[in-house]
Design a protein around this ligand. Structure first.
Ligand code: NDP
Ligand code: 8X3
Length: 251
């Protein structure tokens, strides 16, 4: 059994679920987080044959629930070596004049504040251990702003800034901090963005070869398996068909 344990937020779908599966196949114990309890249980049962798995169901927006869940981890899962801050989504794709405050709240509360609440519970453990690795999942939207991306891009720019701030403040504590910034990845992301409009969601990935969640999982695994003195600080990855948020070679 591995001695390393990773806590992955947003493990019920997409990049988080693929990373959980890839970590399990590569002998990394798992704490799987998400709101959808049934999916967590199913994935947990499946991966228990390979590694130790614990599941935690909470909404990252709920500060008290985050604190309760993480402070209540059993002894065997108290040491967290790797934190993958992945939970997040876009909500809506509207101009600033047409966007809703509900969508803005969701993106800021989940993508930014949720990431901070989880990190707040885990950073002290890593400091006490004098070791740890935090990977913040940003986006190409963390690096550029695209039409109607306004608040989603702002939330991911915040993740980029928080990632840099964490690395600076944790320097000297032997904790690695870095971000992985994917371009377009075919997951449930667009389903959520377009509130269940599957046709609109699937159109996003038509006419070119988008990244798959597995591509990002393999990159995250590469990042965590470098020799300990190597910290991949910032990594942007796109499909060969994508050159920027708005330049996509669609046929
Ligand atoms: P998915 O929609 O497939 O997965 C999102 C995950 O986040 C789910 O597991 C969901 O779990 C979790 N999540 C969402 N809201 C909450 C919440 N309030 N509390 C707890 N967990 C929550 O999308 P992706 O896998 O694509 O997205 C993962 C990350 O990658 C996000 O941060 C996204 O911004 C980023 N990203 C995605 C890209 C893409 O093109 N797909 C590109 C660049 C970055 P549950 O609903 O069960 O709570
Ligand atoms: C998601 C990237 O361009 O689909 O972070 O909004 S994009």
């Amino acid at each position: 059994m591995s001695t390393k344990t990773a806590l992955i937020t947003g493990a019920t779908s997409g990049i988080g679920a693929a990373t959980a599966r890839y970590f399990a196949a590569n002998n990394i114990n798992l704490i799987l987080c998400g709101r959808r309890e049934e999916r967590l249980q199913e994935l947990g049962e499946d991966l228990k044959q390979y590694v130790n798995v614990y599941t935690l169901s909470f909404d990252v927006r709920d500060k008290a629930a985050v604190a309760d869940a993480i402070s209540g981890l059993p002894d065997a899962f108290q040491q967290i070596d790797i934190l993958i801050n992945n939970a997040g989504n876009a909500h809506g794709l509207d101009t600033i004049q047409d966007g809703t405050t509900e969508d803005w709240d969701a993106m800021i509360d989940i993508n930014v504040k949720g990431l901070l609440y989880v990190s707040n519970m885990i950073i002290p453990k890593m400091i006490a251990q004098n070791s740890g690795h935090i990977i913040n999942i940003g986006s190409t939207a963390a690096k550029e702003v695209y039409p109607k991306g306004n608040v989603y891009c702002a939330s991911k720019h915040a993740v980029d800034a928080i990632n840099q701030g964490m690395r600076i403040d944790l320097n000297g504590y032997n904790i690695r901090v870095g971000a992985v910034h994917p371009g377009m990845v075919e997951t449930e992301f667009s389903e959520v963005r377009f509130k269940g409009d599957s046709e609109r969601a699937s159109n996003v990935y038509k006419g070119f070869k988008p990244l798959q969640a597995q591509d990002i999982a393999e990159i995250i695994h590469f990042v965590v398996t470098r020799p300990y003195h190597v910290n991949i600080a910032d990594l942007v990855v796109m499909s060969v068909d994508q050159a920027s948020s708005t330049v996509v070679n669609k046929k």
